[in-house]
Design a protein around this ligand. Structure first.
Ligand SMILES: NC(=O)c1ccc[n+]([C@@H]2O[C@H](COP(=O)([O-])OP(=O)(O)OC[C@H]3O[C@@H](n4cnc5c(N)ncnc54)[C@H](O)[C@@H]3O)[C@@H](O)[C@H]2O)c1
Length: 400
């Protein structure tokens, strides 16, 4: 099978795919729609990052394409519905940069508590301002984490290791790590925390969740960090609370409006404020995260092409079947989800007297995906009725 990897994907992805028997072609840049249409003939797996747009037209012409790996976090550069309709699986790496975000936040907690941003600026301006005023250790201070998911929980562990007390608020039931303590309302957290760090997800209800009322409820001279989503925070309200001195410092990595491309001017009401760290959405941008993304997405592409696994696909029903056992035959059947499909698969196997050793089914929207493991190979003639069913999207078989 042939793989085309665009946009300088990490070499670890090439290594994983070649080791598993794929022929890999690499191109450094992205391709336009017309270039993709020409390049995808004979390509089974495509790897992209955020600069390649996959339109319905591209998919229509990519007759051999089985799956697309987005070697990044976002997937909005791919028309996911059009891909699903053609049975093309799309994968991404939503959690590969968790540690990178956490390390940035840990650094920011210390940098804000010591007011290092303004101290280093003064030194560059030639001013020797040696003073302990407004500088604090973080040991013994209380960190309030809002959103205790992948990032929030890892932050909790690292922060405790540095001697911070951790409290958290999450709208879902989350198990406390270490000595962290759950609080039952956001207000409770705001009243107690010396540092508030936001790690909620991007659900629409979180737009504007942190504004003037929330800043006012924070402790006087406390610190604020947001490395989650820009739309969550009212930056104007934050500006006012920093200027009034109620908030002693802030670190922002995400913004309601971010420049579209490298070099575009960054516009924000937070520019020019003392003890405010502004970073260009780089929380997850490290070499290590890139490597982890390469490893993760290449594994998903190979698992799909070689064993029919769709777990963590962003657009097809997710099936996580066990590794195909030697001597086992697997049928993967993606179809429009109508009654009787499973019975049809089992009928084919029963007619052959085959012994089913495992069956895994999942549905998503209008589609269903069933993976069946059997002891003996099923002949293509026996599967013909299923292949010709008008509700079939694709049927593939594998043998270990
Ligand atoms: N700055 C960056 O470069 C960068 C990199 C990766 C992730 N992120 C962002 O970080 C955020 C967290 O990522 P994650 O992987 O930990 O997500 P996650 O889905 O694992 O965790 C989010 C948590 O927030 C909770 N939550 C949602 N709304 C809430 C609310 N209003 N109040 C309290 N809790 C709420 C959820 O229940 C969940 O536990 C996401 O918004 C993600 O997009 C940013």
């Amino acid at each position: 099978m042939k793989v085309l990897l665009l946009e300088n994907i990490h070499p670890v992805a090439v290594e994983i795919l070649e080791t598993r028997g794929f022929e890999v072609e690499l191109r450094a840049g992205s391709l336009s729609e017309d270039e993709l249409v020409a390049a995808l003939d004979g390509v089974h797996l495509l790897g992209i990052r955020s600069n390649t747009t996959i339109t319905p037209r591209v998919l229509e012409h990519a007759q051999d394409l089985l799956a697309i790996g987005c070697f990044c976090i976002g997937t909005n550069q791919v028309d996911l519905e059009a891909a699903a309709a053609r049975g093309v699986a799309v994968f991404n790496a939503p959690y590969s940069n968790t540690r990178s975000v956490v390390e940035l936040v840990i650094a920011e907690i210390v940098v804000l508590a010591r007011r290092l941003a303004e101290k280093t600026q003064r030194m560059h301006d030639g001013v020797w301002d040696k003073s302990a005023k407004g500088s604090h250790e973080v040991r013994g201070r209380t960190l309030g984490i809002v959103g205790y998911g992948n990032i929030g929980t890892q932050l909790s562990n690292l922060a405790e290791a540095m001697g911070l007390r951790v409290i958290f608020f999450d709208t879902a039931d989350r198990l406390a790590h270490g000595n962290a303590r759950r609080v039952s309302t956001l207000d409770e957290l705001l009243a107690e925390a010396d540092v508030v760090s936001i790690h909620v997800d991007g659900r629409p209800g979180n737009a504007g969740m942190f504004g003037a009322a929330e800043f006012a409820k924070m402790k006087p001279r406390s610190l604020f960090i947001n490395a989650s989503r820009g739309m969550v925070v009212d930056d104007q309200a934050l500006r006012e609370h920093i200027l009034s001195g109620h908030i002693a410092g802030a670190a922002l990595d995400v913004f309601p409006v971010e420049p579209k491309k490298q070099g575009d001017e960054f516009m924000s009401v937070l520019r020019g404020l003392d003890n405010v760290i502004l970073t260009p959405h780089v929380g997850g941008s490290t070499q290590e995260a890139q490597e982890e993304i390469g490893y993760f997405v290449a594994g998903k592409l190979a698992g799909f092409a070689l064993q029919g696994m769709t777990a963590l696909s962003v657009n097809l029903p997710a099936v996580q079947a066990p590794e195909l056992e030697p001597g086992t035959f697997r049928v993967g059947y993606l179809h429009i989800n109508v009654p009787g499909v499973l019975a049809g698969v089992n009928q084919v196997l029963a007619e052959q007297g085959d012994n089913v050793v495992g069956q895994y089914l999942s549905t998503r929207g209008e589609q269903g995906y069933v993976v069946t493991d059997a002891v003996d190979p099923v002949s293509p003639e026996s599967l013909k009725a299923l292949v010709e069913n008008p509700h079939t999207i694709w049927l593939r078989t594998w043998q270990a």
